[in-house]
Design a protein around this ligand. Sequence first.
Ligand code: NAP
Length: 468
Amino acid sequence: MKMIINGNLVNKDKKIKVKNPVNKSIIDTVPHAEREDAKKAIHAANDAKKAMKDMSSRKISGILYDIHHDLSKIQDEFAVIITKETGKPIRDSKFEMKRSLDTLLFAAEESKRIYGETIPLDAGIGGSKILGFTIKIPMGVLSAITPFNYPVNLAMHKIAPAIAAKNTVVIKPSHKSPLAALKLVELMTPYLPDGVLNSLTGDGKVIGDEMVTNNLVNKISFTGSVATGMSIARKAGFKKLTLELGGNDPLVVLDDANIDNAVSAAVRGSYVYAGQVCIAVKRIITQIGVVDEFTDKLLSETKKLKLGDPLNPKTDVGPLIDEEAALKVENRVKDALNEGAELLCGGKRNGAFYEPTVLDKVSPNMELVLKETFGPIAPIIRVDSVDEAFEIANNTPYGLQASVFTESIEKAKKAVKSIDAGTVLINKQSTFRTDNMPFGGFKMSGMGKEGVKYTVEDMTCSKLVIIG
Ligand code: NAP
Protein backbone atom coordinates (compact mmCIF):
# COMPACT_ATOMS: atom_id res chain seq x y z
CA MET A 1 0.00 0.00 0.00
CA LYS A 2 1.06 3.59 -0.50
CA MET A 3 0.61 6.86 1.38
CA ILE A 4 -1.41 9.76 0.01
CA ILE A 5 0.03 13.27 0.09
CA ASN A 6 -1.77 16.14 -1.60
CA GLY A 7 -4.04 13.78 -3.51
CA ASN A 8 -1.19 11.67 -4.92
CA LEU A 9 -0.11 8.14 -4.10
CA VAL A 10 3.39 8.28 -2.62
CA ASN A 11 5.86 5.44 -2.22
CA LYS A 12 9.39 5.29 -0.76
CA ASP A 13 12.32 3.03 -1.51
CA LYS A 14 12.58 2.18 2.16
CA LYS A 15 9.65 0.02 3.30
CA ILE A 16 8.04 -1.27 6.47
CA LYS A 17 6.97 -4.93 6.35
CA VAL A 18 3.47 -5.57 7.64
CA LYS A 19 3.28 -9.05 9.15
CA ASN A 20 0.42 -11.42 9.87
CA PRO A 21 0.62 -12.13 13.63
CA VAL A 22 -0.57 -15.70 13.05
CA ASN A 23 2.63 -16.86 11.34
CA LYS A 24 4.80 -13.74 10.82
CA SER A 25 4.30 -13.97 7.03
CA ILE A 26 4.63 -10.65 5.19
CA ILE A 27 1.21 -9.45 4.01
CA ASP A 28 2.35 -6.26 2.33
CA THR A 29 4.76 -3.36 2.73
CA VAL A 30 4.13 0.34 3.35
CA PRO A 31 6.45 3.30 2.74
CA HIS A 32 8.89 4.26 5.47
CA ALA A 33 8.29 8.01 5.40
CA GLU A 34 10.87 10.51 6.64
CA ARG A 35 10.32 13.81 8.43
CA GLU A 36 10.36 15.64 5.06
CA ASP A 37 7.32 13.61 3.93
CA ALA A 38 5.47 14.58 7.11
CA LYS A 39 6.28 18.24 6.42
CA LYS A 40 4.95 17.90 2.84
CA ALA A 41 1.73 16.28 4.09
CA ILE A 42 1.21 19.01 6.68
CA HIS A 43 1.86 21.74 4.08
CA ALA A 44 -0.63 20.11 1.72
CA ALA A 45 -3.23 19.98 4.52
CA ASN A 46 -2.53 23.63 5.33
CA ASP A 47 -2.92 24.68 1.68
CA ALA A 48 -6.21 22.76 1.45
CA LYS A 49 -7.77 24.62 4.39
CA LYS A 50 -9.38 27.26 2.16
CA ALA A 51 -11.03 24.71 -0.13
CA MET A 52 -12.62 23.04 2.88
CA LYS A 53 -13.62 26.27 4.55
CA ASP A 54 -15.39 27.42 1.37
CA MET A 55 -17.27 24.16 0.87
CA SER A 56 -20.93 24.14 1.93
CA SER A 57 -22.06 21.86 4.75
CA ARG A 58 -24.60 20.43 2.33
CA LYS A 59 -21.82 19.38 -0.04
CA ILE A 60 -19.70 17.94 2.76
CA SER A 61 -22.61 15.94 4.12
CA GLY A 62 -23.29 14.60 0.60
CA ILE A 63 -19.64 13.55 0.26
CA LEU A 64 -19.71 11.68 3.56
CA TYR A 65 -22.94 9.90 2.54
CA ASP A 66 -21.36 8.95 -0.81
CA ILE A 67 -18.27 7.56 0.90
CA HIS A 68 -20.57 5.62 3.25
CA HIS A 69 -22.34 4.13 0.25
CA ASP A 70 -19.06 3.03 -1.40
CA LEU A 71 -17.42 1.75 1.77
CA SER A 72 -20.44 -0.30 2.77
CA LYS A 73 -20.19 -2.22 -0.53
CA ILE A 74 -16.63 -3.38 0.22
CA GLN A 75 -16.74 -3.60 3.99
CA ASP A 76 -15.97 -7.33 3.98
CA GLU A 77 -12.79 -6.71 1.94
CA PHE A 78 -11.69 -4.29 4.64
CA ALA A 79 -12.58 -6.78 7.37
CA VAL A 80 -10.26 -9.37 5.85
CA ILE A 81 -7.39 -6.85 5.76
CA ILE A 82 -8.02 -5.92 9.40
CA THR A 83 -7.94 -9.58 10.39
CA LYS A 84 -4.76 -10.27 8.44
CA GLU A 85 -2.84 -7.33 9.86
CA THR A 86 -4.12 -7.41 13.45
CA GLY A 87 -5.04 -11.08 14.06
CA LYS A 88 -8.54 -9.96 15.12
CA PRO A 89 -11.18 -12.68 14.63
CA ILE A 90 -13.04 -12.03 11.38
CA ARG A 91 -16.36 -11.77 13.20
CA ASP A 92 -14.97 -8.87 15.22
CA SER A 93 -13.34 -7.25 12.17
CA LYS A 94 -16.71 -7.30 10.42
CA PHE A 95 -18.24 -5.70 13.48
CA GLU A 96 -15.50 -3.06 13.46
CA MET A 97 -16.45 -2.25 9.85
CA LYS A 98 -20.14 -1.99 10.77
CA ARG A 99 -19.23 0.43 13.54
CA SER A 100 -16.90 2.40 11.24
CA LEU A 101 -19.80 2.84 8.82
CA ASP A 102 -21.98 3.97 11.72
CA THR A 103 -19.33 6.50 12.73
CA LEU A 104 -19.24 7.81 9.17
CA LEU A 105 -23.03 8.07 9.05
CA PHE A 106 -23.11 9.96 12.35
CA ALA A 107 -20.55 12.39 10.86
CA ALA A 108 -22.60 12.85 7.66
CA GLU A 109 -25.59 13.74 9.86
CA GLU A 110 -23.61 15.90 12.27
CA SER A 111 -22.07 17.99 9.47
CA LYS A 112 -25.50 19.58 8.95
CA ARG A 113 -26.02 20.63 12.55
CA ILE A 114 -22.99 22.61 13.60
CA TYR A 115 -24.65 25.45 15.45
CA GLY A 116 -23.44 28.56 17.21
CA GLU A 117 -25.54 30.33 19.82
CA THR A 118 -27.06 33.73 20.38
CA ILE A 119 -25.64 35.65 23.31
CA PRO A 120 -28.04 37.85 25.27
CA LEU A 121 -25.70 40.85 25.32
CA ASP A 122 -28.51 43.01 26.66
CA ALA A 123 -28.13 41.15 29.95
CA GLY A 124 -24.75 42.85 30.45
CA ILE A 125 -23.88 46.48 31.12
CA GLY A 126 -23.89 48.49 27.87
CA GLY A 127 -25.20 45.54 25.83
CA SER A 128 -28.71 46.71 25.08
CA LYS A 129 -29.51 47.04 21.38
CA ILE A 130 -26.36 45.08 20.52
CA LEU A 131 -26.64 41.75 18.76
CA GLY A 132 -24.20 38.94 19.57
CA PHE A 133 -23.90 35.39 18.30
CA THR A 134 -21.22 32.78 17.77
CA ILE A 135 -20.41 30.87 14.60
CA LYS A 136 -18.45 27.64 14.56
CA ILE A 137 -15.38 27.65 12.35
CA PRO A 138 -12.96 24.80 11.57
CA MET A 139 -9.81 24.37 13.69
CA GLY A 140 -7.64 23.93 10.55
CA VAL A 141 -5.07 21.16 10.22
CA LEU A 142 -5.61 18.03 12.31
CA SER A 143 -2.82 15.59 13.14
CA ALA A 144 -4.48 12.22 13.77
CA ILE A 145 -2.40 9.42 15.29
CA THR A 146 -3.95 5.99 15.84
CA PRO A 147 -3.01 2.67 17.54
CA PHE A 148 -2.90 -0.87 16.17
CA ASN A 149 -6.06 -2.38 17.64
CA TYR A 150 -8.99 -0.75 15.78
CA PRO A 151 -7.27 0.47 12.62
CA VAL A 152 -10.40 1.55 10.73
CA ASN A 153 -12.86 2.70 13.37
CA LEU A 154 -10.34 4.74 15.34
CA ALA A 155 -9.15 6.37 12.09
CA MET A 156 -12.79 7.02 11.19
CA HIS A 157 -13.44 8.62 14.60
CA LYS A 158 -10.87 11.26 13.67
CA ILE A 159 -11.21 11.64 9.89
CA ALA A 160 -15.02 11.73 9.53
CA PRO A 161 -15.76 14.34 12.24
CA ALA A 162 -12.75 16.39 11.09
CA ILE A 163 -14.17 16.57 7.58
CA ALA A 164 -17.71 17.16 8.88
CA ALA A 165 -16.30 20.21 10.67
CA LYS A 166 -14.42 21.35 7.51
CA ASN A 167 -10.91 20.59 8.74
CA THR A 168 -8.03 19.02 6.84
CA VAL A 169 -6.24 15.91 8.09
CA VAL A 170 -2.89 14.18 8.23
CA ILE A 171 -3.32 10.67 9.60
CA LYS A 172 -0.66 8.26 10.80
CA PRO A 173 -1.77 4.72 11.62
CA SER A 174 0.32 2.28 13.68
CA HIS A 175 3.24 0.71 11.80
CA LYS A 176 1.89 -2.66 13.02
CA SER A 177 -1.47 -2.42 11.21
CA PRO A 178 -1.43 0.40 8.63
CA LEU A 179 -3.03 -1.33 5.63
CA ALA A 180 -6.77 -0.91 6.20
CA ALA A 181 -6.31 2.73 7.26
CA LEU A 182 -4.26 3.49 4.12
CA LYS A 183 -6.95 1.82 2.01
CA LEU A 184 -9.59 3.93 3.74
CA VAL A 185 -7.71 7.14 2.89
CA GLU A 186 -7.33 5.92 -0.70
CA LEU A 187 -11.07 5.32 -0.93
CA MET A 188 -12.00 8.72 0.54
CA THR A 189 -9.43 10.87 -1.29
CA PRO A 190 -11.12 11.12 -4.73
CA TYR A 191 -14.18 12.68 -3.08
CA LEU A 192 -12.18 15.50 -1.52
CA PRO A 193 -10.05 18.41 -2.75
CA ASP A 194 -6.33 17.55 -2.96
CA GLY A 195 -4.55 17.89 0.36
CA VAL A 196 -7.67 17.59 2.54
CA LEU A 197 -6.80 14.05 3.59
CA ASN A 198 -3.21 12.80 3.76
CA SER A 199 -1.73 9.59 5.14
CA LEU A 200 1.74 8.81 6.45
CA THR A 201 3.48 5.61 7.50
CA GLY A 202 6.85 5.43 9.19
CA ASP A 203 8.48 5.63 12.57
CA GLY A 204 6.09 7.19 15.06
CA LYS A 205 8.98 8.79 16.92
CA VAL A 206 10.05 10.68 13.77
CA ILE A 207 6.99 11.46 11.69
CA GLY A 208 4.74 11.46 14.76
CA ASP A 209 7.09 14.02 16.29
CA GLU A 210 6.75 16.27 13.22
CA MET A 211 2.96 15.91 13.33
CA VAL A 212 2.98 17.00 16.96
CA THR A 213 5.50 19.84 16.81
CA ASN A 214 4.90 21.44 13.38
CA ASN A 215 3.46 24.93 13.84
CA LEU A 216 1.03 24.56 10.93
CA VAL A 217 -0.87 21.92 12.89
CA ASN A 218 -3.83 23.33 14.81
CA LYS A 219 -5.09 20.27 16.62
CA ILE A 220 -3.77 16.86 17.61
CA SER A 221 -6.03 13.89 18.16
CA PHE A 222 -4.13 10.92 19.56
CA THR A 223 -5.31 7.44 20.54
CA GLY A 224 -2.72 5.09 22.02
CA SER A 225 -0.70 4.31 25.12
CA VAL A 226 -0.25 6.56 28.13
CA ALA A 227 3.52 6.71 27.55
CA THR A 228 3.17 8.04 23.99
CA GLY A 229 0.30 10.32 25.02
CA MET A 230 2.44 11.88 27.74
CA SER A 231 5.33 12.48 25.37
CA ILE A 232 2.93 14.13 22.90
CA ALA A 233 1.42 16.32 25.63
CA ARG A 234 4.90 17.53 26.60
CA LYS A 235 5.65 18.62 23.01
CA ALA A 236 2.27 19.88 21.81
CA GLY A 237 2.70 23.48 22.98
CA PHE A 238 -0.36 25.59 22.16
CA LYS A 239 -2.06 23.04 19.92
CA LYS A 240 -5.46 21.83 21.01
CA LEU A 241 -5.08 18.26 22.23
CA THR A 242 -7.35 15.26 22.58
CA LEU A 243 -5.84 12.15 24.17
CA GLU A 244 -7.62 8.78 24.24
CA LEU A 245 -5.27 6.57 26.23
CA GLY A 246 -5.08 3.22 28.02
CA GLY A 247 -7.47 1.65 30.47
CA ASN A 248 -7.60 -0.81 33.35
CA ASP A 249 -11.36 -1.26 33.51
CA PRO A 250 -12.90 -3.13 36.44
CA LEU A 251 -15.95 -5.38 36.29
CA VAL A 252 -17.43 -5.47 39.80
CA VAL A 253 -19.71 -8.39 40.68
CA LEU A 254 -21.66 -7.74 43.88
CA ASP A 255 -23.40 -10.36 46.03
CA ASP A 256 -26.84 -9.56 44.60
CA ALA A 257 -25.76 -9.63 40.94
CA ASN A 258 -27.40 -11.72 38.23
CA ILE A 259 -24.46 -14.11 37.92
CA ASP A 260 -25.27 -15.46 34.46
CA ASN A 261 -25.33 -11.93 33.05
CA ALA A 262 -22.11 -11.05 34.88
CA VAL A 263 -20.40 -14.14 33.49
CA SER A 264 -21.43 -13.39 29.88
CA ALA A 265 -20.19 -9.84 30.37
CA ALA A 266 -16.86 -11.03 31.78
CA VAL A 267 -16.35 -13.43 28.86
CA ARG A 268 -17.15 -10.78 26.26
CA GLY A 269 -15.20 -8.10 28.13
CA SER A 270 -12.03 -10.07 28.94
CA TYR A 271 -11.43 -11.96 25.72
CA VAL A 272 -12.69 -9.78 22.87
CA TYR A 273 -9.80 -9.28 20.44
CA ALA A 274 -7.66 -11.26 22.90
CA GLY A 275 -8.09 -8.52 25.52
CA GLN A 276 -6.26 -5.95 23.38
CA VAL A 277 -8.92 -3.29 23.80
CA CYS A 278 -8.61 -0.10 25.83
CA ILE A 279 -12.02 -0.83 27.40
CA ALA A 280 -11.53 -4.58 27.85
CA VAL A 281 -12.36 -5.92 31.31
CA LYS A 282 -8.94 -6.05 32.95
CA ARG A 283 -9.92 -6.71 36.59
CA ILE A 284 -12.87 -8.74 37.88
CA ILE A 285 -13.63 -7.65 41.44
CA THR A 286 -16.02 -10.19 42.95
CA GLN A 287 -17.76 -10.19 46.32
CA ILE A 288 -17.09 -13.25 48.41
CA GLY A 289 -20.73 -14.43 48.63
CA VAL A 290 -20.92 -15.16 44.88
CA VAL A 291 -17.29 -15.70 43.98
CA ASP A 292 -17.47 -19.51 43.79
CA GLU A 293 -20.58 -19.59 41.61
CA PHE A 294 -19.20 -16.80 39.39
CA THR A 295 -15.79 -18.45 39.04
CA ASP A 296 -17.22 -21.89 38.21
CA LYS A 297 -19.46 -20.48 35.51
CA LEU A 298 -16.72 -18.23 34.11
CA LEU A 299 -14.37 -21.18 33.94
CA SER A 300 -16.86 -23.32 32.09
CA GLU A 301 -17.64 -20.53 29.56
CA THR A 302 -13.93 -19.76 29.05
CA LYS A 303 -13.18 -23.39 28.26
CA LYS A 304 -15.74 -23.29 25.43
CA LEU A 305 -13.83 -20.56 23.57
CA LYS A 306 -12.11 -21.51 20.34
CA LEU A 307 -8.54 -20.24 19.99
CA GLY A 308 -7.13 -20.31 16.47
CA ASP A 309 -7.04 -18.93 12.94
CA PRO A 310 -8.70 -15.50 13.06
CA LEU A 311 -9.96 -15.88 9.47
CA ASN A 312 -12.09 -18.83 10.57
CA PRO A 313 -15.56 -17.43 11.40
CA LYS A 314 -15.84 -19.88 14.31
CA THR A 315 -12.72 -18.52 16.06
CA ASP A 316 -13.36 -16.60 19.27
CA VAL A 317 -9.79 -15.67 20.19
CA GLY A 318 -6.93 -15.10 17.74
CA PRO A 319 -3.29 -14.17 18.32
CA LEU A 320 -2.00 -11.04 20.00
CA ILE A 321 -0.55 -8.38 17.75
CA ASP A 322 2.92 -10.00 17.90
CA GLU A 323 4.99 -12.46 19.89
CA GLU A 324 6.53 -9.69 21.97
CA ALA A 325 3.05 -8.71 23.19
CA ALA A 326 2.24 -12.33 24.06
CA LEU A 327 5.55 -12.71 25.94
CA LYS A 328 4.71 -9.64 28.02
CA VAL A 329 1.37 -11.18 29.00
CA GLU A 330 3.04 -14.52 29.75
CA ASN A 331 5.52 -12.86 32.09
CA ARG A 332 2.84 -10.86 33.91
CA VAL A 333 0.85 -14.07 34.50
CA LYS A 334 3.97 -15.95 35.69
CA ASP A 335 4.74 -13.17 38.16
CA ALA A 336 1.16 -13.22 39.48
CA LEU A 337 1.35 -17.00 39.97
CA ASN A 338 4.67 -16.65 41.81
CA GLU A 339 3.03 -14.10 44.08
CA GLY A 340 0.16 -16.42 45.03
CA ALA A 341 -2.52 -16.18 42.31
CA GLU A 342 -4.15 -19.49 41.27
CA LEU A 343 -4.34 -20.55 37.62
CA LEU A 344 -7.78 -22.04 36.87
CA CYS A 345 -7.38 -22.44 33.10
CA GLY A 346 -5.24 -21.28 30.18
CA GLY A 347 -1.84 -19.78 30.88
CA LYS A 348 -0.02 -21.18 27.85
CA ARG A 349 1.61 -19.28 24.99
CA ASN A 350 2.39 -20.44 21.46
CA GLY A 351 4.10 -17.73 19.38
CA ALA A 352 1.74 -14.75 19.41
CA PHE A 353 -1.17 -16.87 20.69
CA TYR A 354 -2.05 -16.81 24.37
CA GLU A 355 -4.83 -18.97 25.79
CA PRO A 356 -7.87 -17.37 27.42
CA THR A 357 -6.85 -17.51 31.06
CA VAL A 358 -8.75 -17.37 34.35
CA LEU A 359 -6.78 -16.52 37.49
CA ASP A 360 -8.27 -16.56 40.97
CA LYS A 361 -7.07 -14.99 44.22
CA VAL A 362 -5.33 -12.17 42.41
CA SER A 363 -4.16 -9.45 44.76
CA PRO A 364 -4.88 -5.83 43.78
CA ASN A 365 -1.17 -5.09 44.15
CA MET A 366 0.05 -7.50 41.49
CA GLU A 367 1.51 -5.92 38.36
CA LEU A 368 -0.96 -7.96 36.28
CA VAL A 369 -3.80 -5.73 37.52
CA LEU A 370 -1.90 -2.61 38.55
CA LYS A 371 -0.77 -2.00 34.97
CA GLU A 372 -2.76 -2.29 31.74
CA THR A 373 -2.36 -5.96 30.69
CA PHE A 374 -3.26 -6.26 27.01
CA GLY A 375 -4.13 -9.97 26.82
CA PRO A 376 -7.00 -12.51 27.17
CA ILE A 377 -6.85 -12.64 30.96
CA ALA A 378 -9.69 -12.74 33.50
CA PRO A 379 -8.09 -11.98 36.89
CA ILE A 380 -10.47 -12.43 39.84
CA ILE A 381 -9.90 -10.24 42.88
CA ARG A 382 -11.96 -11.38 45.89
CA VAL A 383 -13.45 -8.73 48.17
CA ASP A 384 -15.62 -8.78 51.28
CA SER A 385 -17.69 -5.62 50.97
CA VAL A 386 -19.17 -3.18 48.48
CA ASP A 387 -16.94 -0.41 49.82
CA GLU A 388 -13.84 -2.53 49.36
CA ALA A 389 -14.94 -3.38 45.79
CA PHE A 390 -15.28 0.29 44.83
CA GLU A 391 -12.03 1.22 46.59
CA ILE A 392 -10.14 -1.39 44.56
CA ALA A 393 -11.95 -0.33 41.38
CA ASN A 394 -10.42 3.13 41.94
CA ASN A 395 -6.99 1.73 42.86
CA THR A 396 -5.45 2.54 39.48
CA PRO A 397 -4.05 5.55 37.68
CA TYR A 398 -6.51 4.80 34.84
CA GLY A 399 -10.20 5.80 34.66
CA LEU A 400 -11.68 4.85 31.29
CA GLN A 401 -14.88 2.81 31.84
CA ALA A 402 -16.06 0.69 34.79
CA SER A 403 -18.90 -1.79 35.12
CA VAL A 404 -20.84 -2.96 38.15
CA PHE A 405 -23.24 -5.90 38.31
CA THR A 406 -25.92 -5.55 40.96
CA GLU A 407 -29.72 -5.83 41.19
CA SER A 408 -29.84 -3.04 43.78
CA ILE A 409 -30.56 0.49 42.57
CA GLU A 410 -29.01 1.88 45.77
CA LYS A 411 -25.71 0.06 45.15
CA ALA A 412 -25.83 1.15 41.50
CA LYS A 413 -26.25 4.77 42.57
CA LYS A 414 -23.38 4.38 45.02
CA ALA A 415 -21.21 2.94 42.23
CA VAL A 416 -21.95 5.88 39.95
CA LYS A 417 -20.99 8.26 42.74
CA SER A 418 -17.89 6.42 43.96
CA ILE A 419 -16.15 5.15 40.85
CA ASP A 420 -13.80 7.54 39.12
CA ALA A 421 -14.15 6.70 35.43
CA GLY A 422 -15.34 8.42 32.25
CA THR A 423 -18.24 5.93 32.02
CA VAL A 424 -19.85 3.83 34.75
CA LEU A 425 -21.92 0.98 33.32
CA ILE A 426 -24.50 -0.85 35.40
CA ASN A 427 -25.15 -4.47 34.33
CA LYS A 428 -23.19 -4.04 31.08
CA GLN A 429 -19.51 -4.75 30.53
CA SER A 430 -17.05 -1.94 29.84
CA THR A 431 -16.42 -2.99 26.24
CA PHE A 432 -19.83 -1.55 25.37
CA ARG A 433 -19.53 1.51 23.16
CA THR A 434 -21.71 3.12 20.54
CA ASP A 435 -20.08 5.62 18.22
CA ASN A 436 -22.26 8.57 19.18
CA MET A 437 -21.74 8.38 22.94
CA PRO A 438 -19.31 10.73 24.71
CA PHE A 439 -16.33 8.45 25.14
CA GLY A 440 -13.15 9.28 27.02
CA GLY A 441 -11.51 8.58 30.33
CA PHE A 442 -10.48 10.35 33.49
CA LYS A 443 -7.09 10.37 35.21
CA MET A 444 -4.34 8.91 32.99
CA SER A 445 -6.85 7.46 30.52
CA GLY A 446 -6.81 10.75 28.70
CA MET A 447 -8.47 14.08 28.15
CA GLY A 448 -11.34 15.14 25.92
CA LYS A 449 -14.20 13.09 24.54
CA GLU A 450 -14.75 11.30 21.25
CA GLY A 451 -18.13 10.23 19.85
CA VAL A 452 -19.03 12.03 16.66
CA LYS A 453 -21.02 15.00 18.02
CA TYR A 454 -18.42 15.60 20.76
CA THR A 455 -15.51 15.23 18.35
CA VAL A 456 -17.07 17.70 15.91
CA GLU A 457 -17.53 20.14 18.78
CA ASP A 458 -13.90 19.60 19.75
CA MET A 459 -12.71 20.18 16.18
CA THR A 460 -14.29 23.62 15.82
CA CYS A 461 -13.64 27.06 17.32
CA SER A 462 -16.32 29.54 18.36
CA LYS A 463 -16.05 32.95 16.72
CA LEU A 464 -18.11 35.68 18.38
CA VAL A 465 -19.86 38.19 16.12
CA ILE A 466 -21.10 41.48 17.59
CA ILE A 467 -23.30 43.88 15.66
CA GLY A 468 -23.69 47.28 17.26
P1 NAP B 1 1.28 3.32 20.99
O1 NAP B 1 2.46 2.44 21.01
O2 NAP B 1 1.21 4.46 21.93
O3 NAP B 1 1.14 3.83 19.48
C1 NAP B 1 0.06 4.61 19.07
C2 NAP B 1 0.46 5.48 17.88
O4 NAP B 1 1.41 6.44 18.32
C3 NAP B 1 1.11 4.70 16.75
O5 NAP B 1 0.65 5.21 15.50
C4 NAP B 1 2.58 5.01 16.95
O6 NAP B 1 3.34 4.91 15.76
C5 NAP B 1 2.50 6.46 17.40
N1 NAP B 1 3.71 6.97 18.07
C6 NAP B 1 4.68 6.27 18.68
N2 NAP B 1 5.61 7.12 19.20
C7 NAP B 1 5.19 8.38 18.91
C8 NAP B 1 5.70 9.67 19.19
N3 NAP B 1 6.83 9.85 19.88
N4 NAP B 1 5.01 10.75 18.74
C9 NAP B 1 3.84 10.60 18.07
N5 NAP B 1 3.32 9.38 17.77
C10 NAP B 1 3.97 8.29 18.19
O7 NAP B 1 -0.05 2.44 21.24
P2 NAP B 1 -0.44 1.01 20.65
O8 NAP B 1 0.40 -0.03 21.29
O9 NAP B 1 -0.51 1.08 19.16
O10 NAP B 1 -1.94 0.88 21.17
C11 NAP B 1 -2.30 0.32 22.40
C12 NAP B 1 -2.64 1.39 23.41
O11 NAP B 1 -3.66 2.25 22.90
C13 NAP B 1 -3.21 0.79 24.69
O12 NAP B 1 -2.69 1.46 25.79
C14 NAP B 1 -4.70 1.04 24.55
O13 NAP B 1 -5.40 1.06 25.78
C15 NAP B 1 -4.70 2.38 23.87
N6 NAP B 1 -5.99 2.63 23.21
C16 NAP B 1 -6.80 3.59 23.71
C17 NAP B 1 -8.06 3.79 23.14
C18 NAP B 1 -9.00 4.83 23.67
O14 NAP B 1 -9.92 5.20 22.95
N7 NAP B 1 -8.82 5.31 24.89
C19 NAP B 1 -8.45 3.03 22.03
C20 NAP B 1 -7.57 2.07 21.54
C21 NAP B 1 -6.34 1.87 22.13
P3 NAP B 1 4.26 3.61 15.45
O15 NAP B 1 3.34 2.45 15.39
O16 NAP B 1 4.83 3.93 14.13
O17 NAP B 1 5.25 3.53 16.56
